[in-house]
Design a protein around this ligand. Sequence first.
Ligand SMILES: *Cc1c(COP(=O)(O)O)cnc(C)c1O
Length: 430
Amino acid sequence: MLKHKNSVKAYIRAKELIPGGVNSPVRAFLSVNQTPPFIAKGKGAYITDIDKNRYLDFVQSWGPLIFGHADKDIEKAVIKTVKKGLSFGAPTKIETKLAKAICALFPTVEKIRFVSSGTEAVMSAIRLSRGYTKKDDIVKFRGCYHGHSDSLLVQAGSGAATFGAPSSPGVPKELAKHTLLADYNDIKSVEECFKASDNIACVLIEPIAGNMGLVPADMKFLKDLRDLCDKHKSLLIFDEVMSGFRASLKGAQGFSEVEPDIVTFGKVIGGGMPVGAFGGKKEIMNELSPEGPIYQAGTLSGNPVAMSAGLASLTKILKDKNLYARLGHLSDLLMRGFKEGAEKEGIALQVCARGSMFGFFFNEKEVKNFDDALKSDTKLFASFHKGMLERGFYFACSQFETGFICDAMNEDMIQKTIRAANEVFKEIKK
Ligand SMILES: *Cc1c(COP(=O)(O)O)cnc(C)c1O
């Protein structure tokens, strides 16, 4: 058994001062009934906790670290910038450099603005869509996560096209009712929303959903969304905070021809520092203050240290023509290994991989939307998670999260992970 004495002690102390002992709820490991290891350091594909246990890390800070921990090139860029001052609240040239690198990849993104988190990026994109279209309602999909801003912490009652009810205390009903909910991969449910409201500013979607587990949207579905938005003069927003530079160089847009009106980014574009961004056609982006009337701002937005981490990460990505093929090969290998191992033990497992993202559901049927995902066996997942952690493999602590491959991983590490998983499948089958 791994020892967790120091982590348990640190967790108890943290809980006295920080709600739940963590600064973001999922980190508390509650859904797998464990206490979280406190991390001392990371190097490449591995993290080490304060009890000196070392884990192969498939979380990678929930996505940002495509090159693994403490990458030398990113580290060097950050330190160079740090020495010149941490923040000015004034423009620096590095913001334009990062903007140029991103805009060059996405035809939709002619202009971009940087913020400090994915939450902020999506929140601002929604305000922009409302200001631009002069409409108030938004459509989101059950099971998609877009950060914790008020309008987006909304869940459905029963039936399609329900006007949302708050999914957290503190979100006013009056606000939640402007968020309409539809079902992922189900165009009829979106049509219902447009029937229920003629005041829809935008349809917001993770084109490769990563926050109900990994569930990619069907190509045809995305195309139908585009047509519906055009027909009703609503904007289509792709939230690529997770999938951007992860699923492929161009995120979901590397798989689909569909062009959104606004794209949001985060995670990888910060290289491990707090960065988010939203971009779109000039005509829309120029509505932002100070060029236009729609207000959006941030004291630390475009922070030079964060920008230099992002730019170093992106530069490294762009230089490496085989990066996504390499990462994709490893996620495919891992998921095929998991599937075979589970089947050998008579465990039903649904697996999926998109570039460096992977996901697996303990589920009898293919998962196409949130309802399907919810039918997964979360108890079995919790046992699997515990068995893997015990063997030194760190996976996201919930059935409804995505896993990440980083470029510091290799085939040997993946084979070891598959062998460990096979042991665990044997252990947990009923
Ligand atoms: C992580 C995530 C967010 C929120 O980003 P934060 O930086 O955690 O605020 C928004 N949308 C998607 C798709 C995400 O995966």
